[in-house]
Design a protein. Structure first.
Length: 258
């Protein structure tokens, strides 16, 4: 396994005129090739802040983020786009683009516009649509697809971008249980087949426990990264929600209502 992204004593948060708000500190995370890694934590704990910081959108308060051993802030935009793809939940601006054209946007770090796609670019776009199981939607327009289908289109776009690391912020939000499971399984299959590392934040903890290679758990006290079975046995899930109404059942490997 190759290490793709690493954080070193990373402190994340926000600076304003009123002062500094630290969201999490001393983060030493490792994202390795071929791994499906989920990021979990209660609302407002700082998952998006962490994802924005490791992708170079937001500056760390202190510490470092290394992508393929080079500090992420030292990447030029084009080079960064060849190493890291990011899928956010925000809706895309309305457009007349077809699904094929949306996925083809993933090739922009290698080409300029849809018209100038090379034969290899077109092949990569088709391959990405095949992997994401959306080939049948290729000629549909952006406004003709559902939120769940759009999630898959955005994943295909990230696949077409063909980067060793793909990061997604809550990709399962709009999906029903069946589609959540199929998306989790799809992401898992992709990490196994392509050796890419996929990191994504999610509130679907039960599924994450069953399907992740590793999980990063954010609580106010600590942030830990390990395999789900180790996190269960060392009690890490017990601190996730401090509420008497919800407890983690280590034997069942899931949360139950008390
Ligand atoms: N631009 C900002 N300036 C200051 N504080 C911010 C900013 N954006 C977010 N925060 C605060 O940082 C904390 C972490 O927010 P973040 O969005 O990272 O949490 P999250 O774990 O992704 O939450 P959720 O699960 O609800 O999406 C919150 O307390 C939030 O209010």
């Amino acid at each position: 396994m190759k290490n793709i992204l690493k954080t070193s004593n990373l402190n994340i948060g926000y600076k304003s005129k009123k002062g500094v708000t630290t969201i999490a500190k001393d983060l030493n995370l490792n994202l390795g090739s071929g791994k499906l890694i989920t990021l979990i934590g209660a609302n407002g704990i700082g998952k998006s802040t962490l994802l924005r910081t490791i992708t170079g959108i937001q500056k760390p308060l202190s510490g470092n983020v290394y992508l393929n051993e080079k500090e992420v802030s030292h990447y030029k935009p084009l080079e960064l786009a060849q190493n890291l793809s990011l899928v956010l939940t925000e809706k895309l601006p309305p457009s007349n683009l077809s699904v094929f054209e949306l996925v083809a946007l993933g090739r922009q770090p290698y080409t300029n516009w849809v018209d100038s796609l090379s034969k290899e670019d077109v092949e990569k776009v088709h391959e990405a649509m095949k992997l994401a199981q959306i080939e049948h939607l290729a000629s549909k327009k952006h406004f003709e697809i559902s939120d769940g289908q759009l999630q898959k289109v955005l994943i295909a776009r990230a696949l077409a971008q063909d980067t060793p690391l793909i990061i997604l912020d809550e990709p399962t939000t709009h999906l029903d249980l069946l589609h959540k499971v199929s998306l989790f399984k799809l992401l898992k299959k992709l990490t196994q087949e392509t050796e890419k590392c996929i990191l994504f934040s999610t509130h679907d903890i039960d599924l994450a426990i069953q399907l992740s290679d590793e999980m990063i758990i954010m609580t106010p006290e600590s942030i830990v990264q390990d395999q789900p079975c180790n996190l269960i046995s060392n009690g890490s899930f017990n601190n996730l929600f401090k509420d008497e109404h919800i407890i983690f059942d280590a034997e069942k490997g899931k949360f139950i209502v008390n």
